[in-house]
Ligand binder design. Sequence first.
Ligand code: GAR
Length: 204
Amino acid sequence: MALFRVGILGSGKGSNMVAIAEACAAGRIPAQVVLVLSDVPDAGILQQARARGIPAEYLPPGPFRTKLDPNAEAAYVARLQAAQVDLVVLAGFMRVLKEQFLRAYPERIINIHPSLLPAFPGLEAWKQALDYGVKVTGCTVHFVDAGIDSGPIIAQETVPVLPDDTPESLHARIQAVEHKLYPRVVGALAEGRISVKGRLVIWK
Ligand code: GAR
């Protein structure tokens, strides 16, 4: 049977993409990363993908800071469709996706966020958690909807916040659990073990 085809979008260093690609390459999950796209020309995620032989392309995002302009969005969708991806994985992609993207991949776009949603949506969630003074935080994998970090929650993992944490040490602890959780979710989706009813995500 053909492997489940994953396209990954990211703006940063790409450690989650690496975790997913390595889980695929090792045969731990029945999927393959077929394309990596970035809105940042020199993003680490592009270099990490190319180093693993995965096609990786910079696609210009257009003039806006927090979203893709409609032409750019159409170009991202066209590229993903040409690569016949079954699932779009956002891994540190720092732009909101709009209607035409969501329509092209209904319940087929997932994101990882570095907090226990619905706490601390938005930017630098680990810093928000530290500033707020919570004792536990973590990460969330969710389906992407039209809101910001608001779609149905697929899975979450916790980490403690320690008294001497800095933003960097807390983010590193969260990332370590992200790297386990995200491949597990992609694997479960590839195996058809996840379904959605309204806001409720059911694991089989
Ligand atoms: C991850 O920690 C992810 O949770 C976060 O960006 C980082 C990307 O790291 N995403 C967001 O903050 C989205 N709102 P990576 O490039 O090493 O995978």
